[in-house]
Design a protein around this ligand. Structure first.
Ligand SMILES: NC(=O)C1=CN([C@@H]2O[C@H](COP(=O)(O)OP(=O)(O)OC[C@H]3O[C@@H](n4cnc5c(N)ncnc54)[C@H](OP(=O)(O)O)[C@@H]3O)[C@@H](O)[C@H]2O)[C@@H](O)CC1
Ligand SMILES: [K+]
Length: 508
């Protein structure tokens, strides 16, 4: 859970705190701030003070163990130790390495600590009741091993509350991946802006509650850094949903066409269609194979129905130019027929959401799909794979060992589509490299049909004219928020019905 979002008084854009900085970008922010005349020692003092403030309430009447590393993360630890001691807490500082080897600001802060400094060894956590983890932060350069790894293992085993400085040691702030072993923190205090690793899994789980502290770095440094990753927050796209406008006709809100499956597989398209209506599409039509028409007809009310037999039927359904966004893939069937229909949809120039079987059908020929998408870059396309579908479509062209953010970005760049890679940490990646990380999905959202609903929401927002990356980001968030509303025990049918109350809250 993210809280304590602090606004930087010097800039007023609400989206600014959504920016996520890689560890390299954060080092650059540090460098630029110092170049602007803000002493590094002041930044470190502010950082360490914020850490102490986060640890204080956890350390009532117990000793605090501060584990310091050899770099500036350790420097923050020495500052925190000083403030905790000044607040009357018993503090034990353990250092990985020798004090004499510390350099720069960390050496200055170590000198300002007037207590003992013990060598980090096997007696961790000793008598401590709470631990401050200041071993490694943004400077993690290799897998954690040796004395640091042993200390982390002992702390994790102890079950003691841990306050991590910047990131839990062992967590790569840029990728969210563990290098060797990582601290499991109760609370993580980070500075200026979050990093992708605070939101990506498993990093998010290791951080516990994340607090963001303003340490005096001016927001203007971001003009030079130009971050390309963002936390998916409502401020980014809520203004584009036009929830307060009165002058809107149903045709202004777009017309979604859902390409439906056969008579034995109608549920997925019905879920997508219903979600598209609930998410604000003006009209929604399901185009179905002829034999399935009676099945759909017996289940649909406000959603319209028309014949969409074979590729010709889909083409005919696309002849009406008001049908401006298409969902294809949910329960469509894997094979030539679906491939042909996808190509017809893309050739028609409509906004398209490609999901499930529309993706898997191109497993053996991903370049055919990418070529069709790239032939018209002006036409918005969103792909919504889960990990399995992603692997099938992109496994031969994207480095599957890379972290999730990097994989989604590579897929978007290669395919020309916005890629919404589903999961607890859903990523929305645009072909230009920008990416949004979503973090509001509860675990009960992983249920049959949930992806069909998401595809319908994306299509509704495309139909309403949102740019594809924002449509995908907003849809991921609405989907998670609807699941939170519906609560545990959720089935996919509940999701569309929960959307109105989410929209009502956004409108207010
Ligand atoms: N940026 C900002 O605005 C501000 C940043 N601040 C703080 O600075 C932190 C970044 O500091 P940092 O760059 O000194 O890196 P840090 O994480 O201390 O580690 C570097 C040291 O650890 C070593 N080392 C690394 N991995 C290792 C391993 N697996 N096993 C063994 N050794 C390993 C590494 O060795 P080397 O790679 O050089 O061989 C080097 O000696 C940041 O997280 C935040 O807390 C704040 O003070 C306020 C302003
Ligand atoms: K740390």
């Amino acid at each position: 859970m993210i809280n304590d979002w602090k606004r930087d008084g010097r800039r007023s854009r609400v989206t600014e705190v959504n920016e996520l900085l890689t560890t390299a970008e954060m080092a650059e922010a540090d460098r630029l701030a110092i170049a602007l005349g803000i002493p590094g020692i002041e930044l470190m003092e502010n950082a360490g003070r914020a850490v102490a403030a986060a640890a204080l309430p956890l350390a009532r009447g117990t000793e605090v163990l501060v584990m310091c590393g050899p770099g500036n993360n350790g420097g923050d630890g020495f500052v925190a130790a000083r403030h905790l001691a000044a607040a009357g807490r018993k503090v034990r500082v353990m250092l990985l390495g020798e004090v004499g080897r510390l350099r720069g600001d960390a050496a200055v802060m170590a000198a300002r600590w007037d207590g003992d400094v013990h060598l980090l060894g096997p007696d961790v956590p000793g008598a401590a009741g709470v631990v401050v983890d200041a071993l490694f932060g943004a400077g993690l350069s290799k897998p954690v091993d040796g004395a640091a790894a042993a200390a982390i293992e002992a702390v994790n085993r102890s079950g003691l509350p841990v306050v991590a400085v910047d990131v839990p040691t062992g967590l790569d702030g840029s990728s969210g991946q563990v290098r060797g072993i990582a601290v499991r923190a109760t609370r993580t205090v980070t500075f200026f802006r979050l990093k992708p690793g605070h939101l990506l899994m498993p990093g998010r789980d290791l951080c516990g509650e994340v607090r963001l502290a303003d340490i005096g770095i001016p927001g203007s440094v971001l003009d030079d850094i130009r971050p390309s990753a963002f936390a998916n927050r409502r401020e980014i796209w809520a203004g584009r949903l036009c929830l307060g406008r009165r002058d809107i006709h149903k045709y202004d809100r777009g017309h979604v066409l859902v390409v439906g499956g056969d008579q034995w597989n109608t549920g997925a398209a019905r879920l997508a269609a219903r979600a598209a209506l609930r998410a604000g599409a003006g009209l929604v039509t399901v185009a179905s194979p002829t034999a399935a028409l009676p099945v759909y007809a017996s289940h649909l009310t406000s959603v319209m129905l028309r014949d969409g037999e074979g590729v010709e039927g889909v083409k005919a359904a696309l002849a009406d130019p008001r049908r401006n966004a298409v969902v294809i893939g949910p329960a469509a069937g894997v094979g030539d027929a679906t491939r042909d229909k996808v190509c017809a949809v893309l050739a028609a120039g409509r906004s398209a959401v490609l999901d499930a079987d529309a993706l898997t059908s191109f497993e053996a020929s991903p370049e055919q799909l990418f070529g069709a998408i790239l032939s018209d870059r002006a036409r918005p396309v969103v792909m919504t794979p889960h990990e399995g579908e992603f692997r099938r479509l992109f496994g031969s062209v994207v480095d599957m060992d890379a972290d999730k953010l990097a994989r989604a970005r590579a897929a978007a760049r290669l395919s020309g589509a916005v890629v919404l890679l589903k999961g607890t940490d859903t990523i929305v990646a645009a072909p230009d490299g920008k990416a949004w990380i979503n973090d509001n999905a509860p675990e009960w959202l992983a249920t049959a049909g949930s992806g069909d609903v998401l595809a319908g929401i994306v299509a509704a927002l495309l139909a309403r004219g949102l740019p594809a990356p924002l449509a995908a980001a907003a849809a991921a968030w609405l989907h998670g928020a609807a699941a939170l509303r519906a609560g545990p025990g959720l089935i996919a049918e509940d999701l569309p019905e929960a959307i109105p109350s989410v929209l009502r809250e956004l409108r207010n």
